[in-house]
Design a protein around this ligand. Structure first.
Ligand code: NAD
Length: 503
């Protein structure tokens, strides 16, 4: 059994079974059975069912928020906004747009005018969803509802750190006429491994780079496709013409919301020399006002606190300075850590190159925008980024050249809350996209269809080969595709002459 604990009080919140491969296989088989009828529903019928699940979620919202806060230690406002609101908004988007996104589409048939062509989207079957502990509700519901809108059934394995929220999320689908479309398997790494190696049609994994790599390797054995939403080390660039008040407020919120345990947390800031000291002063002033236990929640997972301490110790030993914080919060039980501002950092320090995933904001002084961009891109991660500038030219250059899956301008962390914007990383931050049309296509197979519209007994290319058709093909090839009109005309004439010679 796995026991879930409150990170704040340490009290036991409940027990869930640690499921083995056999139990996972049973859940997959049950989901496959449910997928048969679910996939036959029209998209309108699926929307009707998922609207009911959304309403069930809203009716139990208070209990969900209580449970999320108990299991993660986050603040109530964070649970309402970044867990429930974000989820409701994504469901609303798909209720409005999934029909259009998944509708069959006519496409041109090129030169084959004798064919009608279209593409259609089919469900994949059963999706294995493996989710993390930092946003245990929204990062579970996002892949689950997206897979369901696309017509799949799901086997969900929530994080063993927050299994009760995962189980509660799955219960919202009991409000549909197809309660078996979401199966939950509880457990840790071995349960996750059994799901990845099981008879599933795709794995949607959200978690760390190291586990993502293991998942991709295991999935490769069966050539099971994987969607990987992995870690980040998100940079923020502060240009010399930035609105420093907004930039400082954004940096403080982006670094400390959810106690810094957000995959798109602002972890490293590159501020241009001419304004860096002013920016640091404003950040420190604002960060001082963020009170652990009141504005900022507890950290969730004890080993993550060790990573924070290790990164800080390494940075301090290499010359970094802590301007604010740096310790566990005094007078509070549990894993509350002070909002921490660090300067005099560089890329020899783990705190600037590895994901810290705690309430630590590092600020590095750089000579200019180019140096800021180079430093931002000097990372194995590429999840998200932000830039503060009043210049459209600077904005466009940085947006174009940043190596990240998304970027916010004069803002941070906003993209995840915009359901029409695809979300995902480049480099080690993952493959594939959630949200938007791309999110639905991740869980669909594109089927290509063409249909003959001539009704002829046979096409000219079919057996037996016709000499005239060969000549016509040659002429067609030369006269249609060359970009020079002269060459096209030449091809037309030569094609016939050469053919006559051969004949
Ligand atoms: P984790 O990688 O430790 O665990 C994630 C999930 O994988 C858990 O459910 C865990 O039980 C399961 N798991 C562990 N070993 C497994 C294995 N061998 N096979 C299959 N499943 C296995 O991550 P975490 O600590 O829960 O979450 C924090 C990490 O997630 C951070 O790196 C964070 O950046 C990342 N994250 C990414 C996104 C994103 O959208 N890109 C969002 C949130 C969190």
């Amino acid at each position: 059994m796995i026991e879930s604990h409150s990170p704040v009080t340490g009290e036991s919140l409940g027990l869930v079974p640690e499921m083995d491969a056999e139990e996972v296989a049973v859940a997959i088989a049950r989901a496959r059975g449910a997928a048969r009828s679910w996939s036959q529903l029209s998209i309108e019928e699926r929307c009707q069912q998922l609207r009911r699940a959304r309403d069930a979620m809203l009716e139990s919202a208070d209990d969900l928020v209580d449970l999320i806060c108990a299991e993660t230690g986050k603040t109530r406002v964070e649970a309402w906004t970044s867990e429930l609101l974000v989820t409701a908004e994504l469901i609303e988007y798909y209720l409005k747009h999934a029909g259009r996104i998944l509708a069959a589409r006519r496409v041109g048939s090129g030169t084959l005018k004798t064919k009608r062509a279209w593409k259609r989207y089919s469900p994949l079957g059963v999706i294995g969803v493996i989710s993390p502990w930092n946003y245990p509700f929204s990062l579970t519901m996002t892949p689950v509802v997206t897979a369901l809108f696309a017509g799949n059934a799901v086997v969900l394995k929530p994080s063993e750190v927050t299994p009760l929220v995962g189980c509660a999320a799955s219960r919202t689908f009991e409000a549909t006429d197809h309660p078996d479309i979401v199966q939950v398997v509880t457990g840790g790494a071995s349960t996750g491994q059994a799901l990845v190696s099981g008879d599933v049609d795709k794995i949607s994994f959200t978690g760390s780079v190291s586990t993502g790599r293991l998942v991709a390797m295991a999935a490769a054995q069966n050539l099971t496709p994987v969607l990987l939403e992995l870690g980040g080390k998100d940079p923020m660039i502060i240009c010399e013409d930035a609105d420093l008040d907004r930039a400082a407020n954004a940096a403080v919120w982006g670094a400390f919301t959810n106690a810094g345990q957000t995959c798109i947390s602002v972890e490293r800031v590159y501020a241009v020399e001419s304004i860096c000291d002013q920016f640091v002063a404003r950040v420190t002033e604002r960060a001082r006002e963020v009170i652990p236990g009141k504005h900022m929640g507890s950290m969730t997972f004890a080993p993550q606190l060790d990573v924070v301490r290790r990164h800080l110790d390494d940075a301090l030993s290499k010359g970094a300075r802590v301007l604010l914080g740096g310790h566990q919060a005094e007078g509070l039980s549990g894993m509350f850590f002070e909002p921490t501002v660090v300067v005099d950092v560089d890329h020899t320090m783990a705190i600037m190159t590895e994901e810290t995933f705690g309430p630590i904001l590092c600020i590095m002084k750089v000579p200019d925008d180019t140096a800021a961009l180079d430093a931002a891109n000097d990372s194995r991660y590429g999840l998200s980024a932000s830039v503060f500038t009043r210049s459209a030219e600077r904005r466009d250059r940085i947006v174009r050249d940043i190596a990240a899956g998304s970027i916010c301008v004069n803002d941070c962390l906003a993209n995840y809350a915009i359901p029409s914007l695809p979300f995902g990383g480049v480099k080690m931050s993952g493959t594939g996209r959630s949200h938007g049309p791309e999110g639905l296509y991740e869980f669909s197979a594109t089927k290509s269809v063409s249909e003959d519209i001539t009704g002829l007994r046979a096409d000219p290319l079919w057996f037996p080969p016709r000499r005239a058709f060969e000549a016509a093909s040659k002429r067609f090839l030369q006269s249609r595709y060359h970009s020079s009109l002269r060459q096209r005309l030449r091809g037309l004439i030569l094609g016939s002459t050469r053919h006559r010679q051969h004949g």
